[in-house]
Write a protein that binds this ligand. Structure first.
Ligand code: GUN
Ligand code: ZN
Length: 432
C-alpha cells in the first residue's frame, strides 16, 4: 500500500490530553514493516503538504467539510448483551437475574454467538468505535466468536471468557477449575495474535468463589500483559452483598486487591461508591476505572465522582457498558458523562470540557488500557484507526457546527446533538 494522504479538518490530542485541531489538516498514513497501517504525519496542510504531496505513489483524498478524528475506544462493553439493551428492571441485581443471565446462556451455541458477534462489530464500526474491551460469556466459544469476527475485520479488540462459578444459574455458571483452564487455553490461543488481546474476566466478586478469584490472580501474575476486566462498586445492594460474602476485605476493591487482581492493565467498570483508600489503591496499583454513565443512569446505580478521581490521580476512561448502557454511540456516552459531571459537581463549579470528554473516549481510554501511543490518537506512530465525521449530518448540527466560534463550541455541539449519524466512515488500520 502506498502512502495515503487525507486532507480535511483534523482532531488529535497532545500528550497532556489537550485537543489539537487543524481546520485544514493533513493526515499521512503508510504501512510499517509488518504491513500495519500507521500514522506517518499529522498536522496542518500548510506545514506538511510540501513533504508528502508528490511522493511516488502517494494518493490524496480530499474531504472538504469533514473532520478526521481518532477512532473511539470503548473501555467496557458486553457483546453478548447487544440484545439486552433497554430491558427494564429494578436495578442491577434483578436486571442480571431476569434478563442478562437467561440471555447469556444462549452463547454456548457457537453459531448463535457468531451471529451476535458479527452484528456487534458492525454496530461498533457504524458508531465509530475501533477498539473495545468486551466481556464475552462464560462459554469459551463466545470468545472464539468475537475474536474471530474482529480478526476478520483487522480490528484491535480485547475480550475474555467470563468466570462465574457461584450465585449464577445453570447455563451460565462455570466450574471453578475448568473456568481457569479454559482461560489459560484462550490466552494462549488469542492473546497477541494479530491485533487481539485477552482479558481475564471474573464477572464480579459475588459470582466468583475465593478459589476462582485466587486462580484468576495467579493467571494475572503469570501473564502480566494480559488484561484483567471486571465490575466494582456499581450499586449499593451489590456492595452490601460483597460485604457479606467477603467480610474480611476492607472494601469491594480490596477483595480484588487481596487476590492480586489490581495492577496495570486491570480495568474495573463503574467504581462509583469508592472511598479515599480505594482511590489511592487504584492509583498505586495502576488500575483503571471504566466510567459508564448511560448504564449508571439506566440502572440508577449512582454518579461517578470526577473531582475525587482527579484529586487521587488514577486512570479512567469512558465506556458504553451495553447492554446496561443505553447506546453504542460514543456521543451519547460523552453527553451522559457531561450531564452526570454537572449533576455531581455543579455546586463546586465544575463542567467537563468537550475536549476532555472526547479524550476520555479516545486517547485517555487508550492510556487507561496501557495502549497509549498505539490507538486512540492520530500522532505519528499510532495505528491508523480513525473516523470521518460529517459535522453537517443533520440540519441542526449543520447550523450549530457552522456557527461554532471555537473548538470547544464545535466539539460540544457534536457531543450534545450527535449520534451514529455523525460517523460517515470508520477506517480500521488493517495489517496485511
Ligand atoms: N455486574 C455483574 N455483571 C454485570 C453486568 O453484566 N452488567 C453490569 N452493568 N454490571 C454487572
Ligand atoms: Zn458491565
Amino acid at each position: 500500500m502506498p502512502t495515503q494522504i487525507y486532507r480535511s479538518a483534523l482532531l488529535r490530542f497532545a500528550d497532556d490530553g489537550s485537543p489539537l485541531y487543524d481546520s485544514d489538516g493533513l493526515l499521512a498514513v503508510a504501512p510499517d514493516a509488518h504491513g500495519q497501517q500507521r500514522v506517518l504525519a499529522a498536522g496542518s496542510w500548510q506545514a506538511l503538504q510540501a513533504q508528502f504531496v508528490g511522493l511516488p505513489g502517494a494518493q490524496v483524498v480530499h474531504l472538504p467539510g469533514k473532520l478526521l478524528a481518532p477512532g473511539f475506544v470503548d473501555m467496557h462493553i458486553h457483546y453478548p448483551q447487544t440484545d439486552v439493551i433497554g430491558a427494564p428492571a429494578d436495578g442491577l441485581l434483578p436486571w442480571l437475574e431476569h434478563y442478562t443471565f437467561p440471555h447469556e446462556a444462549r452463547f454456548h451455541d457457537r453459531a448463535y454467538a457468531d451471529g451476535v458477534a458479527e452484528f456487534f462489530i458492525d454496530e461498533l464500526l457504524r458508531n465509530g468505535v475501533t477498539t473495545a474491551l468486551t466481556f464475552a460469556t462464560s462459554h469459551p466459544a463466545s470468545v472464539d466468536a468475537i475474536l474471530t469476527a474482529a480478526q476478520q475485520r483487522g480490528m484491535r479488540m480485547i475480550a475474555g471468557k467470563v468466570l462465574q462459578d457461584r450465585h449464577s444459574p445453570d447455563g451460565v455458571r462455570d466450574d471453578t477449575e475448568q473456568g481457569l483452564i479454559d482461560t489459560d487455553t484462550l490466552i494462549q490461543r488469542w492473546h497477541g495474535v494479530d491485533r487481539l488481546g485477552y482479558a481475564i474476566t471474573p464477572r464480579f466478586a459475588p459470582t466468583s468463589s475465593e478459589a476462582q478469584l485466587r486462580g484468576a490472580g495467579a493467571l494475572a501474575a503469570q501473564y502480566p500483559d494480559v488484561w484483567v476486566h471486571s465490575h466494582a462498586s456499581e450499586n449499593l445492594d451489590e456492595i452490601r452483598w460483597v460485604r457479606e460474602l467477603y467480610p474480611q476485605a476492607r472494601s469491594y476493591l480490596d477483595v480484588y486487591h487481596g487476590f492480586g487482581l489490581m495492577r496495570e492493565r486491570a480495568v474495573y467498570a463503574h467504581c462509583i461508591w469508592l472511598d479515599a483508600a480505594d482511590r489511592a489503591l487504584l492509583r498505586e496499583t495502576g488500575t483503571a476505572a471504566a466510567i459508564s454513565p448511560t448504564s449508571n443512569l439506566f440502572l440508577s446505580s449512582g454518579y461517578f465522582d470526577y473531582l475525587q478521581a482527579d484529586a487521587a490521580g488514577f486512570r479512567y476512561g469512558l465506556a458504553s457498558d451495553v447492554g446496561g448502557g443505553m447506546s453504542f454511540s460514543p456521543f451519547r456516552t460523552m453527553q451522559a458523562a457531561y450531564v452526570v459531571g454537572r449533576e455531581q459537581h455543579s455546586k463546586q463549579g465544575l463542567s467537563l470540557k468537550p475536549g476532555q470528554l472526547w479524550w476520555q473516549h479516545t486517547a485517555g481510554a487508550a492510556r487507561a488500557l496501557g495502549l497509549e501511543g498505539v490507538i486512540g490518537n492520530l500522532q505519528r506512530g499510532c495505528e491508523a484507526d480513525f473516523v470521518v465525521i460529517n459535522p453537517a449530518c443533520t440540519p441542526l448540527l449543520a447550523r450549530k457546527t457552522q456557527q461554532a466560534a471555537s473548538l470547544d463550541e464545535l466539539l460540544f455541539a457534536m457531543i450534545v446533538l450527535g449520534d451514529d449519524r455523525l460517523i460517515e466512515q470508520t477506517i480500521v488500520s488493517q495489517a496485511k
